[in-house]
Design a protein around this ligand. Structure first.
Ligand code: DAH
Length: 353
């Protein structure tokens, strides 16, 4: 019997040694210290032993029981420590680490610059007027003195709206410039409307569309900001003064400008306003193509026919108009050499603004 107790003890300790988790340990406890475990069975067999054997076996059985209980308690502690150490290692949380920044949305660079242009024009007394993106051929071309066979009306340059084509006419277009808004504004702020009397001083922003091959230099859509001033005795001097002032507000107090004669069907005389290259200060560089000047906008005195089409008598009223491309300004300022970045939705480009 004593021999058997030794065996029971050794086997139990050996199987305890390889245990690593609490579930297995609990199973071990039931098997080795539970009511029907081999050690406990020895106690129930005491009655079958002789008087001499009984105290010896009883003592030894108690020793085994105490030894197993002690070994169990030690193992339980060790298993718990190991579990704690493991969770400390895997669930480590360093509260001193900097947080991850949440990505913040922002305005598209084209929108940012468009708003800046409009803010400046608003400070100068211009009212923002939005016209439509889809225009009639009449407003986009005819009323602006662009005759039927003008090259700008070619199918290659203009998006015609399909539903209108089906009816056999080509009279509805995606506006190719913001200039048709001039006619809409003049007709709304008409000389005969007492609620909206002249003078007119408006800024017309918006997307324009052209049927272009998309390349680094041309896109099928782009923003323009159009300006229109109509009143009595408005002169070319007003045009030069206003636009030079705009350039200084937009590009800095030292921005120098020059006006070159040009041609647009809806203005007479027409001009192009250049400003001194802000990259090289006028010395000549790749951005200004060594000329020292950058083209900023087209402008001119509103053509008498256009005034008339807008409902203004050209003998009494005169005016000037201008049109510029806000994306082009961003490209010049940031030396961006590919216009496709604007509508390419590449976050690496947009994030820089
Ligand atoms: N509409 C012209 C364009 O798309 C720009 C322009 C030039 C607008 C001269 C004007 C102007 O109002 O006077 O290229």
């Amino acid at each position: 019997m004593l021999e058997k107790l030794n065996e029971i003890e050794q086997e139990a300790l050996a199987s305890l040694a390889v245990i690593e988790d609490e579930a297995a340990l609990e199973a071990w406890r039931v098997a080795n210290l539970g009511r029907s475990s081999p050690a406990m069975n020895v106690f129930s067999q005491m009655g079958t032993l002789s008087k001499e054997e009984r105290p010896l076996v009883g003592q030894r059985a108690n020793q085994v029981k105490v030894a197993l209980e002690k070994a169990f308690a030690e193992k339980l502690e060790a298993v718990k420590q190991a579990a704690l150490a493991k969770s400390l290692a895997t669930e480590q949380l360093d509260v001193t680490l900097p947080g991850r920044p949440a990505p913040r949305g922002r305005l598209h660079p084209a929108t940012q610059n468009l708003r800046r242009v409009l803010d400046i024009l608003a400070e100068m007394g211009f009212q923002v007027y939005t016209a439509r993106d889809v225009e009639s051929d009449e407003y986009n071309f005819q009323l602006l003195n662009i005759p039927p066979h003008h090259p700008a009306r070619e199918m290659q340059d203009t998006f015609y709206v399909e539903s209108a084509q089906k009816e056999g006419s080509y009279s509805v277009v995606m506006r190719t410039h913001t200039s048709p808004g001039q006619i809409r504004a003049m007709r709304e702020f008409s000389a005969t409307n007492p609620q909206n009397p002249p003078p007119i001083r408006i800024a017309l922003p918006g997307m324009c569309y052209r049927f272009e091959q998309i390349t680094a230099r041309s896109e099928v859509q782009f923003n323009q900001v159009e300006g229109l001033v109509v009143g009595e005795s408005i002169t070319f001097g007003d045009l030069k003064g206003t636009l030079s002032d705009f350039a200084r507000r937009m590009f800095g107090q030292h921005a120098r400008t020059r006006f070159r004669s040009d041609h647009f069907p809806f203005t007479e005389p027409s001009a192009e306003m250049d400003m001194e290259c802000f990259v090289c200060g006028g010395k000549g560089c790749p951005v200004c193509k060594k000329s020292g000047w950058l083209e900023i906008l087209g402008c001119g005195m509103v053509h008498p026919t256009v005034l008339q089409n807008g409902g203004y008598d050209p003998r009494r009223y005169s005016g000037f108009a201008f049109g510029m491309g806000p994306e082009r300004q961003i490209m010049l300022r940031h030396k961006i050499n590919d216009i496709r970045y604007f509508w390419g939705n590449d976050i690496r480009f947009l994030e820089q603004f």
